[in-house]
Design a protein around this ligand. Structure first.
Ligand code: FPP
Length: 243
């Protein structure tokens, strides 16, 4: 799949956030270790990045490891760190080929140094990608990001645009990020789990009972089509009522 120039698309510029939940349950249901579920999850990640690029989505943020996930058993955390390192290495090559810019959101001071090196390398080599901005959230807590931005803001915290720029800085983002338009969560739960709290102020939600390893391109496109049918009012009134 190659698409080096942006094409007109109804989803151009759109920001999709995804909480990729259900890897562990998917594996348990098959009598496999949870880590096998995470490996299967990486295959879904690849398919959905390709689908998002083809659909013309502007920004996509994937919740790969929350700051609260450190509380999982040490072997699972270590396996996830290794898997993230290997998959970011592989995916960054594909991102480069497909004009995808890859950046990582979240704290960096607690990550193993081999993973940190891969992140820095991936961000450097994909920096010119223009088809899709893929953000991978690792050691991420929305509350903590907001607090970091607030501490940078000082007296400037009353201006939303300025604060959004500081939030981008706190998240290592190259520029202020558009609010989330559509938030997808797999795995049957219906909660935000400290993901993009600021950016989801007016997000539309799409929940599916499907576990992340079995989430498909078809269902991703279904979520986009479903989103198109929503009426977004941003606190206003329906267009018909305004006339
Ligand atoms: C949630 O399922 C999933 C995770 C904590 C890890 C997700 C990470 C990946 C799929 C790797 C991503 C890689 C890249 C390159 C973006 P869970 O373990 O909470 O599942 P459960 O709710 O069934 O226990």
């Amino acid at each position: 799949m190659k698409r080096t120039t942006a094409v007109p698309s109804p989803y151009n510029g759109m920001h999709v956030g995804i909480i990729m939940d259900g890897n562990g349950r998917w594996a348990n249901a098959r009598a496999m270790p949870r880590t096998a579920g995470h490996r299967a999850g990486v295959r879904t990640v690849r398919k959905i990045i390709e689908a998002a690029t083809r659909a013309g989505v502007g920004t996509m943020t994937l919740y790969a490891f929350s700051s609260d996930n450190w509380s999982r058993p040490t072997p699972e955390v270590s396996a996830l760190m290794r898997l993230l390192r290997r998959s970011l290495q592989v995916e960054s090559k594909r991102c480069l080929e497909n004009g995808v810019r890859l950046t990582v959101v979240g704290r960096r001071d607690r990550l193993p140094s081999p993973l940190l090196r891969v992140i820095q390398e991936a961000e450097a080599v994909t920096a010119h990608g223009r088809n899709l901005h893929l953000r991978v959230a690792i050691d991420y807590s929305a509350r903590e990001s907001i607090m970091r931005a607030a501490s940078l803001a000082g007296a400037d915290a009353t201006n939303r645009e300025r604060f959004a720029a500081l939030l981008a800085q706190a998240n290592h983002d190259p520029f202020p990020i558009r609010d989330v338009d559509l938030l997808i969560r797999t795995g049957g739960e219906q909660r935000l789990s400290d993901f993009l709290l600021w950016e989801c102020a007016y997000a539309e939600f799409y929940f599916t009972r499907r576990m992340w390893p079995e989430f498909t391109e078809e269902e991703f496109l279904k979520a986009l089509v479903d989103f198109e049918a929503r009426e977004r009012r941003f606190g206003g009134v329906p267009a018909a009522a305004a006339s």
